[in-house]
Design a protein around this ligand. Structure first.
Ligand code: BMA
Length: 327
């Protein structure tokens, strides 16, 4: 099959490591993992499940940083190379016109998406239970909070990086107030990023590593063959949840139509920093960088709800793997 085109600006400074000699993995870990630990922020308990984007020739991010009171907060950060980070000591304080919506309860699992003229942030926002918070920044210095996208309870809100059929588009995962023993991915549209509707079912759990629940991960990557969606899946073992990740290809114009979806996982908790931590056996992807000319992909993921890690893939191989190993 002809090579798919990856759509988007070149990112020659993408963090990158070649696949280790002797490895045949489609997604391989950074030798420098974990790339971020609690030492990055004074008073942090953990820094994980975080989102990184290209920013003014460098990188910026929104990081989930739980403090030693175990309050779940979002912090901004900057980096020249995507590996070494300066993380703000103070949490992000969103400006918000509506006091009720802007009242901070907790924030976690951010995603950041460049869309039209600014960086939008979606996160799991405390508002009578978890729901999808939505805000934006242009400079990673001041942040504005908008209306919550959905009613509680919902998590894993992930924006598409452009309008689809003239509408803004988001994936999300309706859930409950607790540790949600179920969960499908849905698609919603909006004319203005405030009012959401046209809800469509995308996919359900499907056995194996993705038997209990699934949730969208990084901002979908546009290719000529479809939207490349990396997503997490959860298996319930006799020792609790195990979080792995795989990938799907979604139709470009009707992203609720799944073209392919991996039967095997792409990455699964195996290294000590993924198996041991505040929540053992978790890999949780929230961001991916792409350099279309070289097809390099760098995936940021949380390890064991404690640290931030990096993994790499070659875009062509990843698409081929998804095609060849689809459910
Ligand atoms: C989910 C979220 C994630 C976390 C995962 C494993 O429900 O809270 O932040 O990584 O559980 O604890």
């Amino acid at each position: 099959m002809a090579t798919a085109e990856f759509i988007g600006p070149a990112l020659p400074q993408i963090p990158w490591e070649e696949r280790p000699r002797g490895s045949s993995e489609v997604v391989w870990r950074s030798q420098r993992n974990p790339v971020l630990t609690r030492e990055a922020v004074p008073g942090a308990n953990s820094i994980f499940n975080s989102a990184v984007v290209p920013f003014q020739g460098r990188f910026a991010g929104v990081f989930r940083c739980d403090n030693t009171a175990r309050e779940m907060q979002l912090h901004a950060g900057l980096s020249a190379d995507g590996i070494h980070w300066e993380i703000e000591v103070e949490r992000i304080r969103f400006q918000c016109e509506d006091e009720e919506i802007g009242r901070f309860v907790y924030g976690y699992d951010p995603r950041v998406c460049w869309l039209e003229d600014r960086y939008y942030i979606t996160w799991c926002n405390g508002y009578h239970g978890p729901t999808i918070g939505l805000g934006y920044t242009v400079d990673f210095n001041t942040f504005t909070q908008m209306e919550n996208a959905f009613l509680p309870y919902n998590r894993n809100g992930v924006l598409f990086p452009r309008k689809i059929n003239g509408k803004y588009a988001m994936l999300s995962r309706p859930s409950d107030r607790g540790h949600t023993p179920f969960g499908d991915i849905f698609y919603s549209e909006s004319p203005d990023l405030i009012h959401w509707g046209h809800h469509r079912h995308v996919m359900s759990p499907a056995g194996g590593w993705q038997a209990t629940k699934i949730g969208a991960g990084p901002t979908p990557i546009e290719t000529s063959e479809g939207w490349l969606l990396i997503y997490h899946g959860v298996l319930t073992s006799c020792n609790g949840f195990v979080y792995s990740f795989g990938a799907a290809l979604l139709d470009l114009e009707k992203p609720w139509k799944v073209i392919y979806r991996t039967r095997p996982y792409l990455l699964h908790p195996r290294e000590i920093y993924e198996c041991v931590g505040d929540v053992p056996n978790v890999v949780f992807p929230c961001a991916a960088l792409v350099d279309p000319p070289t097809r390099r992909i760098a995936i940021y993921y949380g390890g064991a709800d404690t640290v931030t890690c990096l993994a790499f893939a070659c875009g062509d191989e990843l698409l081929e793997f998804i095609r060849e190993n689809s459910l």
